[in-house]
Design a protein around this ligand. Structure first.
Ligand code: F6R
Length: 261
């Protein structure tokens, strides 16, 4: 696992977007795993800028969302399909049909989840998976206690996560759905490269528990410690509680350039 401490989210976004652009040049059919929420927004802004400059095409790529709310009406502005259409599809050349999102409106939820797993496998798996981290250590919507081997399924959000996400629902926590569909931790661990983004002091404790604490279902992000290629990109505030921060800075400063991200 590599920890990269950057001065601010823009610097982190440049680093990650440049790595995605490089991957897309080498492998135009790349499969991206997309997170939603605030953390990846600067990366999507930077990807859109690279596309405008003619330095990035996702015309032959495909993308899988991590998760989706259950029960929101189609086109709801807070639904993750809608968010990714706006932040990624509308600003890049990723074909809309190449974006897959778990079907939170499905009549048969288990079948929709099984279908999602099959679609990911059918694309040959995810090349690069972007992740945020919840203040309770969740990744995707795998709340504490989620099986480390879990696959795409229905989960119930904790009160803390619903309160965190009320900002996307006009501040009304009652409007945040209780149920979601999310890729499981086992599903996420199948991606070839995991890139977790965290900004701000509100994430510092979750980052420290995920990166330096024990591997445990109580901190789903701790699964990154078991992955052969995991990168954690944090700003100084989110890195504040990392006990080996100086070592991570030194290792990054001395990293051979051929290694890439
Ligand atoms: C969203 C997701 C969640 C968020 C996490 C952090 O697709 O999977 O795990 O990444 O809740 O959210 P933000 O980035 O809004 O702080």
């Amino acid at each position: 696992m590599e920890i990269v401490i950057v001065p601010d989210p823009d610097a982190g976004a440049r680093l990650v977007a440049d790595a995605i652009a490089e991957l897309a040049r080498r492998r135009p059919e790349l499969v991206l795993g997309l997170a939603t929420g605030s953390s990846p927004e600067p990366v999507y802004d930077r990807l859109a800028a690279l596309h405008r400059q003619g330095e990035l095409s996702l015309a032959r790529a495909s993308a899988f969302a991590l998760d989706e709310y259950v029960g929101l009406p189609a086109g709801h502005p807070a639904s993750y399909r809608q968010v990714l259409l706006q932040q990624v599809v509308d600003r890049l050349d990723l074909p809309p049909e190449a974006l897959a999102v778990p079907d939170g409106g499905a009549a048969d939820i288990p079948a929709a989840c099984a279908d999602y797993e099959e679609r990911i496998a059918g694309c040959g798996g995810v090349d690069l998976q972007l992740l945020g981290i919840g203040t309770d250590g969740h990744i995707g919507f795998n709340e504490p206690g989620s099986s480390l081997g879990s696959r795409t399924r229905l989960k119930t959000l904790t009160d803390a996560t619903r309160a965190d996400n009320a900002r996307f629902f006009d501040g009304q926590v009652d409007r945040v759905p209780r149920h979601v569909l999310t890729q499981g931790i086992g599903t996420i661990s199948g991606a070839r490269h995991l890139v977790l983004l965290a900004w701000g002091e509100g994430k510092a404790e979750a980052v420290a528990r995920g990166v330096e604490g024990p591997v445990t279902a109580m901190v789903p992000a701790s699964m990154l410690q078991l992955h052969p290629h995991a990168t954690v990109v944090v700003d100084e505030a989110a890195a504040a509680r990392l006990s080996l921060a100086d070592y991570y800075r030194a290792a990054w400063a001395d990293k051979p350039s051929w290694q890439g991200l």
